[in-house]
Design a protein around this ligand. Structure first.
Ligand code: 293
Ligand code: CA
Length: 161
């Protein structure tokens, strides 16, 4: 080997070697860009990115904010995803945040925006309790637990990308 090999060890011409140097430079630059971009309002979990908007909105406006940005409200599908969201709620210090899921009167249960059943839940004790008969949205507390809540209440906006 003479240093002119790509990642598969094959010999390459100088143009290809220059391209590889450029790929490596871009990888380093992108790692730096990700760190800057995610500090302090973003979290990466697997393929998912959560980012706090930094303000509160009622559910429908929060949905629009995330859709306008090319994302959606957060659907934590695992303990790891829920923990990342919990961290953002703690860091932002702007109260509890909305999740994406809503109560479907047709299905008689909470569903994701696409209508599927939940694959993961982290309800606080005795929740969801539909207090007052109008709690069709979901908030996540600073302790990571979930509570059903009226959709008209204003909560911190976090988006999922
Ligand atoms: C009731 C009982 C409380 C509970 C609350 C929330 C409202 O007031 O213990 O915290 O409902 O579930 O969403
Ligand atoms: Ca409740």
């Amino acid at each position: 080997l003479d240093g002119k090999e790509g990642p598969l060890g094959e010999k390459e011409d100088p143009d290809i070697a220059a391209l590889w140097r450029q790929v490596k430079a871009l990888q380093i630059a992108f790692l730096q860009y990700k760190k800057v971009e995610l500090f302090p309002h973003g979290r990466v979990v697997g393929q998912k990115v959560f980012k706090a908007a930094g303000f509160q909105k009622p559910f429908q406006e929060a949905q629009q904010v995330c859709a306008q940005a090319g994302g959606q409200l957060p659907s934590p599908r695992s303990e790891a995803e829920n923990h990342a969201l919990q961290q953002l709620v703690q860091v932002e210090d702007k109260g509890n945040a909305f999740l994406s899921m809503t109560f479907s009167k047709v299905e008689g249960r909470f569903t994701y925006p696409g209508g599927e059943s939940l694959v993961y839940t982290n309800w606080a004790p005795w929740e969801p309790n539909n207090d007052g008969g109008n709690e069709h949205c979901v908030e996540i507390f600073t302790n990571g637990k979930w509570n059903d809540r009226p959709c008209g209440d204003k909560r911190l906006v976090i988006c999922e990308f």
